[in-house]
Design a protein around this ligand. Structure first.
Ligand code: GLN
Length: 271
């Protein structure tokens, strides 16, 4: 019989860190307590649990799906295979939205997934009126659960981008699917919902729908905040300029990669 620590060393391989987190979760204890207890003998049940998790991790299942949650903007969001795992770089959307939103603004988030963006923004800025949409009913269920968990009053709506979106908004946000169908990187994301990652062959399909239609749904002087993939900034910025957006600005993520673009739309009739 092995100690927990020895079992992890022998079996954990490159997933030792993830398995340690799962073992802690299994006991429901803190890291410090776990380290003190890791010289205990591993139980049959824990060994089964960790072996099963290891198989899933090796197949590419994100740790967040095994835990059932992911931290984003220092809040814990429930996640499952119907939603993309929130990425740290997406926190940039929250930062920029906080800067751009005026008190009481109406905000629309397109493709909310777990609801992480809309809910984190609602927690920071309770003055905003936020609607979050998704094409996936299953994702909206997850977002609903997270809104309840965080006691957030956001409206959730089933929608395919702007279809069935009637009102005008001061701020439109989105982290749309922007990975090209043929991108080899996709093979490392195969457990996450394809609809949240890919919208067509080029990676620009959803971005295009959003940019080409946003002006019909923005109040004059309203802003658009969109996340995009590596190397997509220039095309997006040109497209925004062609659709009469101004103040088109790229923002870098923590890895120093252009990750979001913000832009303002001013109605030609304005002033
Ligand atoms: N940022 C995610 C990734 O690179 C992709 C998310 C998306 O397509 N919106 O893993």
């Amino acid at each position: 019989m092995l100690t927990i620590d020895a079992w992890l060393r022998q079996n954990g391989a490159s997933f030792r860190h993830e398995l340690e987190i799962l073992a802690r979760e299994y006991f429901g204890i803190s890291k410090a307590t776990f380290i003190c207890g890791s010289d205990r003998l591993i139980t049959y049940n824990l060994e089964n649990y960790l072996s099963d998790a290891l198989v899933k991790l090796k197949k590419g299942t994100p740790l967040a799906y095994l835990l059932g949650y992911k931290e984003f903007w220092s809040l814990e969001f429930q996640v499952n295979r119907n939603v993309l795992v929130p990425r740290p770089e997406t926190e940039l959307i929250i930062e920029k939205s906080i800067e751009l939103a005026n008190p009481g603004d109406r905000v629309l988030e397109l493709g909310t997934g777990s609801g992480a963006i809309a809910i984190a923004l609602a927690k920071e800025r309770p003055d905003l009126t936020i609607t979050a949409t998704d094409i996936s009913i299953e994702a909206l269920e997850v977002a609903r659960g997270n809104a309840l968990k965080h006691e957030c009053e956001i409206a959730l709506q089933h929608a395919d981008w702007f279809e069935s979106i009637g009102d005008k908004w001061n701020l439109i946000l989105s982290n749309p699917p922007y990975i090209a169908e043929s991108d080899p990187y996709l093979s490392s994301l195969k457990m996450e919902p394809r609809v949240a990652l890919v919208s067509g062959p080029t990676g620009f399909e959803a971005l295009k729908v959003i940019i080409e239609n946003a002006h019909n749904h923005l109040q004059s002087q309203g802003h658009l905040v969109i996340e995009h993939g590596i190397g997509q900034a220039q095309v997006i910025k040109k497209k925004l300029a062609r659709h009469n957006f101004t103040k088109i600005t790229s923002h870098k993520d923590l890895a120093n990669i252009n990750r979001i673009v913000t832009a303002q739309w001013i109605s030609p009739e304005y002033g």
